[in-house]
Design a protein around this ligand. Structure first.
Ligand SMILES: Nc1ncnc2c1ncn2[C@@H]1O[C@H](COP(=O)(O)OP(=O)(O)OP(=O)(O)O)[C@@H](O)[C@H]1O
Ligand SMILES: [Mg+2]
Length: 258
């Protein structure tokens, strides 16, 4: 099994004056190529911290992160941003588009940071990506002229500009209505079927169910894996992965996470 990413006993502490916030307390995780993982857990449980580390946006306090065969903690800042740019595409809840840029320019942004200047083929590829996400007729529009779902589709196209192997999404449907949410999830599923590895943070059971597996964070550790059984904030014990819909039959195996 080839791994897209592997983390080993990852800790992340934030030091605020005399206070230490232990956001991650020893997380180990193997993510095979082509995986589609949903990360769940209550607010403050460490989901975004984990995603930021997986995205090489930050370094762990201790532990190992192997991305594309490199130990991320051993890389200097330039190497870190190079590997991030080459291997990872990001999608955020609030889209994070640049307000004064057009749709096409927003999609091109990752290429501005590439190892070589952008060329005509790159620009054509970004147009193709805009077409793929259904925004081919909106290339010159600016974010404020688009709906939330359209803005998120620009963000998805932008995440694909460098043809990354891994897509990280922090609550990608958090600001969207249910119809648009379904469209965005269709797009993510399609990208996964094409072979890309997707790691997504979500609060919503219905969204998490659409991933191949689910991981539950609690107090900075992985508390369990499986399907989230309902609104009572419970999760399964141990490492078993369940992808069927019969979780109510397995209620004895779930533990209260609240
Ligand atoms: N830059 C930071 N400096 C200090 N503490 C931080 C920082 N980022 C996160 N934390 C703390 O680390 C813990 C985990 O935060 P994180 O953002 O990972 O939670 P989360 O699970 O993503 O929550 P939410 O569902 O609310 O987004 C929290 O206690 C948070 O306050
Ligand atoms: Mg978060």
């Amino acid at each position: 099994m080839e791994l897209a990413a592997e983390i080993i006993d990852l800790h992340k502490y934030y030091f605020l004056g005399d206070n230490v916030v232990k956001a991650l307390n020893g997380v180990s995780l193997e993510i095979p190529k082509g995986d589609f993982v949903a990360i769940m857990g209550s607010s403050g449980s460490g989901k975004s911290t984990l995603l930021n580390l997986l995205g090489a946006l930050d370094r762990p306090t201790s532990g190992k992160y192997i991305l594309g065969g490199h130990d991320v903690s051993q890389l200097d800042d330039d190497e870190l941003s190079a590997i991030r740019n080459q291997m990872i595409g990001f999608i955020f809840q609030s889209y994070n588009l640049i307000a004064q840029y057009t749709v096409l320019e927003n999609i091109e942004v990752p290429l501005y940071y590439g190892v070589r200047p952008m060329n005509a083929a790159d620009r054509m590829k970004c147009r193709d990506l805009a077409n793929e996400v259904g925004l081919g007729d909106r290339l010159d529009h600016r974010p404020f002229q688009l709906s939330g779902g359209q803005q998120q589709r620009v963000a998805i196209a932008r995440a694909l500009a460098n043809d990354p192997e891994i897509i990280l999404a922090d609550e990608p449907t958090g600001n969207l209505d249910s119809t648009t949410e379904a469209e965005i999830m269709d797009t993510l599923r399609k990208l996964n079927e094409e072979g890309r590895t997707i790691i997504m943070v979500t609060h919503e059971n219905e969204i998490a169910r659409q991933a191949k597996r689910q991981i539950f964070m609690k107090d900075g550790v992985i508390a369990g894996t499986g399907i989230f059984p309902g609104p009572s904030a419970v999760a399964p014990v141990g490492g078993g992965v369940s992808n069927d819909d019969s979780e109510s039959d397995e209620a004895d195996e779930w533990v209260d996470l609240s």
